[in-house]
Design a protein around this ligand. Structure first.
Ligand code: F6P
Length: 323
């Protein structure tokens, strides 16, 4: 293997740049040429890439976003798009590919691997729902961003004796809501994995008020049904009986940006570097995950076989702590 490519794909997160840097610098260290593919699979289909050297990744370790850009690429879901991608890889003489991204991006990596192209993945999504790895790149920074918001909202909630719904990202996954709820001392967490009825929420708000709490924080994952907006509408109809008045904050894409935390910089560096080493060692068809504080290979097939849910003990802990 002489020349590898690296791309970032899908929703961005704050650990992508340190990961690109690690892939490039480990690649150069091992005597490889490294091509940075722009705009994820879209750039692969269209043949947009540049040769990377050590300087092209200088100064990026503390920056959120991705210097390569990212995109969602519907063409790549079709066989025709994938064949175009293979043509590009051949045209540029690329012998191996590192894909940095979440479930959709890793499914793309698996598709290339099934077409016999040596591809390896690094799990990277704030949702932390890639199967087989304890944590994905970007999760820690996003959690800290959410936590900062929860702490600030708590200040104003306590001053006004209010209940707050705080909506986090997580289309299919409640991990960010649950973990930030535990770290932020929330009274309740609503996740897509658990069916919680409006009645349970109003009962809890009422209980918090009667217990004499000064605030009531409910962290709602974006994917919880019927959704934060429907819940706030319901709570407003009940405003005369709730005790607390209620406000809602949607954190939105602020969770995807910002300077990566120390944990994310180190995780991204370890996984990105290990991905190149394993690719060279003939371990394509895997992701490099982080399991019990060590890098670990997991087949791409297993990694994308389902969206990982949070662990049940975390859920139980959140319930016990919310007294
Ligand atoms: O990165 C994953 C994710 O954060 C999901 O939780 C969320 O639903 C989605 O990205 C939104 O991404 P976009 O606005 O880029 O479509």
């Amino acid at each position: 293997m002489k020349r590898i490519g690296v791309l970032t794909s899908g929703g961005d997160n704050p650990g992508l740049n340190p990961c690109i840097r690690a892939v490039v610098r480990m690649g150069l260290h091992l005597g490889l040429e490294v091509m940075g593919i722009r705009r994820g699979y879209a750039g692969l289909v269209d043949g947009e890439m540049d040769t990377m050297d050590a300087r092209s990744v200088g100064g990026i370790i503390g920056h959120g976003g991705t210097i390569l850009g990212t995109a969602r690429c519907p063409e790549f879901r079709e066989v025709k798009g994938r064949r175009e991608a293979l043509r590009t890889l051949n045209r540029f003489g690329i012998d191996g590919l590192v894909v940095i991204g979440g479930n959709g991006s890793l499914a793309g990596a698996q598709a290339l691997w099934e077409m016999d192209f040596p591809t390896i993945g690094v799990p990277s999504t704030i949702d932390n729902d890639v199967n087989g790895t304890d944590i994905s790149v970007g999760v820690d920074t996003a959690l800290n961003t959410i936590l900062d918001a929860i702490d600030k909202i708590k200040d104003t909630a306590s001053s006004h004796n209010r209940a707050f719904l705080i909506e986090t990202m997580g289309r299919n996954s409640g991990y960010l809501a649950l973990a930030s709820g535990i770290a932020g001392g929330a009274e309740m967490v609503l996740c897509p994995e658990v069916d919680t009825q409006f009645e349970a929420v109003t009962d809890m708000i009422d209980k918090a008020y009667v217990l004499g709490k000064s605030h009531c924080i409910i962290v709602v994952a974006e994917g919880w049904k019927p959704g934060a907006q429907a819940l706030i509408d319901h709570l407003r109809e009940r405003k005369d009986t709730l005790g607390f008045s209620v406000r809602v904050t949607h954190l939105g894409h602020v969770q995807r940006g910002g300077s990566p935390s120390a944990f994310d910089r180190i995780l991204a560096t370890r996984l990105g570097a290990a991905a190149v080493q394993h690719l060279l060692d003939g371990k394509a068809g895997h992701i490099v995950g982080w399991v019990q504080s060590k890098t670990q290979l997991i087949t791409l097939e297993e990694a994308i076989s389902f969206h990982k849910a949070y662990s049940q003990d975390l859920w139980e802990l959140a319930e016990i702590m919310a007294k």
